[in-house]
Write a protein that binds this ligand. Structure first.
Ligand code: ADE
Length: 332
């Protein structure tokens, strides 16, 4: 029997002894419950593998993290952030869902939605750029996912086309919450989304691997090309920082390259803080207006999500649930 308790799925094993007495044992999923397949991606301290649940034959993507490497590189904090964030985000079609976590002596395992289409970046590279219709559709799905994240008090802080995956319907699934920022939520008392309970039930990874959690090394900077100016100038990220990255993504889908790109990171940062970018010839006028209202140095002066949704570039988009029932436009 399969029980899904808000992501912490377990199987219930029924035992009948020689006297006919029944007992039940709650068994947590583990490595042995999956058969592992091809490699989907490799990070600096993790590998994502395709895997199948042996009982249900459901396919997943399993992120395998090497404990020794995480400890050595002082990344424990980020692994915990990723897990806590995914648990908080739970249930949105545009965000990769975390189903189970477990570990063995060597590794930590995150069992995630499998996004069979791979990275949005791959399609941008293959096609050169997207037309307005495709940019509108993918832009709308990304924005809807950002709106949900922000409503749950999560700032992603590293949005970019590599972190936007596509599922079997060519719909968006945002991934990689290892550098997210979790904001305190106004009301956690009611525990409406079940997270507090899940966190209590599942031990903190840091405790599990037996190391203290107070290292503060390596202050975070996301990927150079999408980093917001406020992160570079006052080392602070806000919800608006994700909307800066969103502006960079819209630019990139239409132009085929990110707006701020230079020979090295330092020069890229210089371009960002000086707002030094140019639209290529033929860049659609409405889209240009949107991007110009997002790539604004002062984060408080950027369009907010409501303003973006009602911008003429997104005219005709069906927001909310309907956006995820729609057929994706064919990429061309
Ligand atoms: N690469 C990294 N994460 C992935 C996922 N969840 N699905 C498919 N490919 C991935």
């Amino acid at each position: 029997e399969e029980w899904k308790d808000r992501g912490a799925a377990v199987s219930i094993q029924r035992h009948v002894d020689s006297n006919g007495n029944q007992t039940h044992r709650i068994v947590k999923k583990g490595v042995q419950d999956f058969s592992f397949g091809r490699t989907l991606g490799e990070g600096s301290y993790s590998t994502v593998l395709a895997a199948t649940d042996r009982q249900t034959l459901t396919e997943y993507a399993i992120k395998v993290l090497d404990k020794r490497h995480i400890i050595k590189e002082k990344k424990v904090k980020y692994v915990n952030i990723e897990k806590n964030t995914l648990n908080r985000l739970g249930d949105h079609p545009g965000i990769v869902r975390l189903y189970y976590t477990f570990q063995d002596e060597r590794s930590l395992y995150f069992v995630l939605d499998l996004a069979t289409g791979g990275e949005l970046l791959g399609f941008v590279k293959k096609l050169g750029s997207f037309d307005e219709e495709c940019t509108r559709f993918y832009g709308a799905q990304i924005l809807d996912a950002i709106e949900y994240m922000h409503s749950k008090g999560v700032i992603h802080r590293d949005l970019k086309p590599e972190n936007v995956l596509l599922d079997e319907h060519m719909h968006v699934k945002i991934t990689d919450f290892g550098t997210a920022k979790l904001l305190d939520l106004p009301s956690q008392a009611s525990n409406a989304d079940g997270n507090t309970q899940l966190d209590r039930r599942e031990q903190d990874f840091a405790n599990n691997i037996g190391i203290p959690n107070h290292e503060r090394a390596n202050s975070f900077v996301g990927t150079a090309e999408y980093v917001s100016p406020e992160l570079l100038t006052d080392k602070s990220a806000c919800k608006g920082s994700d909307l800066w990255a969103f502006g960079c993504i819209i630019f990139q889908l239409l132009a085929g390259r990110p707006p701020f790109k230079a020979g090295n990171e330092y020069q890229t940062f210089q371009k960002i803080v000086n707002l030094e970018y140019q639209f290529p010839p033929g860049f659609p006028k409405v889209a240009r207006d949107l991007v110009e209202r997002l790539l604004v140095l002062d984060p408080t002066k950027r369009l907010n999500i409501e303003n973006i949704k009602s911008h003429p570039f997104f005219e005709g988009v069906l927001w909310g649930k309907r956006l995820w029932k729609q057929k994706a436009p064919r990429l061309k």
